[in-house]
Ligand binder design. Structure first.
Ligand code: GUN
Length: 296
C-alpha cells in the first residue's frame, strides 16, 4: 500500500506556481488576485478560507478576504459579487459554501462571472466540463485528478465507484473519471443514499472515491484487494483528547482499509491540500486568461 500524499503533491504544485508568479513579477505583469467571501462563522469554513488565503500569500498571489455577518442579506451578497465581477484587479472569486439558509447557493453561484468562477461551480463551467471543453473544474475533483496524475495511476478501463452525488465533488468527479482524457476513461458507477447494493458495488471497484460526508463509512469488507481509495470526507468528530475538542475523520475507516488497497489518501493531508492547490491553479489560469491568454 502506498499513501497518496496530498500535502507533498500540493507543495510541488504550489512551488511551481510560485516560480511562475515570480516570473510574472520580473516581467512587470499582473499577479493573480483571488477574492474570497466568507458569510457567517462556520468553524470549518473559517479554517478552509483561512488556508486558501494563507496559500495565496505563500505563493505570491494577492488575496482579498471579505468577511460578512451571518445575517447579511442575499441582495447585499449579490451586490458584493457584482462589484467583484466589475473589479478589473480581481481575477478569481470564491464564495465559501455552505451559505446561511436564507441565501440561495444557486443565485449566488449564478451571479459570479464564469471567467472569474475559479471554484468551477457556475453552470457555464459545469456545462463546458461535461462537454470536455476547457473550463474551470471544481477544485476538489480537479485536485483528485492532479493526485492521480502525479502517482501515474492508470484509470483507463477501470471501474470507478463514486459515493456521493454533490455538485461540488461526486457529480463532477463521475463526469471527469468517465471522460476521454488521460485521467479518465473509467466506467463509473455513481452511488448515493438510494443505492440499494452499495457495498457490493464498492467491492467491484478498482477505484473508490468516497465523498458522502459520513465518517468511516467505507469499511474493509467493501473494498477489493488492490483498489485505489480516494477519501474526500473530512468531518469534525468530538474528541476530548484533542486541544481543539474535535478530531478529523474521513469517509473511510483508514486503519482497516489501508492494508487492503494499492493506494489510499490519508485524512488529513490527502485530498484537502489538493483542493487548495487546484484552486490556486484555477486562479492562475483565470489571471492568465484575463491578461490575454486563451485557455478558457
Ligand atoms: N465548501 C466545501 N468545499 C468547497 C469548495 O471547494 N469551494 C467553496 N467555495 N466552498 C466549499
Amino acid at each position: 500500500m502506498e499513501l497518496l500524499d496530498g500535502q507533498l503533491v500540493s507543495n510541488i504544485i504550489k512551488e511551481g506556481l510560485k516560480l511562475q508568479v515570480g516570473q510574472l513579477t520580473v516581467e512587470g505583469k499582473k499577479v493573480p488576485h483571488l477574492a474570497a467571501v466568507l458569510v457567517g462563522n462556520n468553524g470549518a469554513s473559517e479554517t478552509y478560507v483561512g488556508a486558501k488565503v494563507k496559500t495565496c500569500s505563500e505563493i505570491g498571489f494577492r488575496s482579498t478576504l471579505l468577511r460578512l455577518d451571518a445575517d447579511t442579506s442575499e441582495n447585499r451578497l449579490l451586490n458584493i459579487i457584482d462589484d467583484l465581477n466589475n473589479d478589473v484587479d480581481i481575477d478569481g472569486i470564491l464564495v465559501q459554501l455552505p451559505l446561511p439558509k436564507h441565501i440561495s447557493d444557486e443565485k449566488v453561484i449564478n451571479a459570479i462571472l464564469p471567467s472569474k468562477d475559479v471554484d468551477g461551480f457556475h453552470p457555464i463551467n459545469v456545462g463546458k466540463m461535461v462537454q470536455g471543453l476547457p473550463a474551470f473544474i471544481s477544485a476538489t475533483p480537479h485536485g483528485i485528478l492532479l493526485l492521480l496524475e502525479h502517482y501515474k495511476i492508470n484509470t483507463k478501463g477501470k471501474h470507478a465507484v463514486v459515493v456521493g452525488r454533490s455538485n461540488i465533488v461526486g457529480r463532477p468527479m463521475s463526469v471527469l473519471l468517465s471522460s476521454n482524457t488521460p485521467t479518465g476513461n473509467c466506467t463509473v458507477t455513481l452511488c448515493h443514499s438510494h443505492t440499494p447494493n452499495l457495498s457490493e458495488l464498492c467491492r467491484q471497484a478498482d477505484i473508490i472515491v468516497a465523498a458522502l460526508g459520513k465518517p468511516e463509512f467505507v469499511t474493509a469488507d467493501m473494498v477489493k484487494e488492490g483498489a485505489v481509495i480516494i477519501d474526500v470526507g473530512i468531518t469534525r468528530v468530538p474528541d476530548s483528547s484533542k486541544k481543539s475538542g474535535f478530531a478529523l475523520k474521513g469517509d473511510v475507516k483508514f486503519d482497516e482499509v489501508a492494508p487492503r488497497c494499492s493506494y489510499i489518501t490519508p485524512v488529513p493531508r490527502g485530498v484537502g491540500p489538493m483542493t487548495i492547490a487546484a484552486l490556486m491553479k484555477n486562479t492562475f489560469m483565470a489571471c492568465e486568461e484575463r491578461s490575454g491568454g486563451s485557455l478558457i
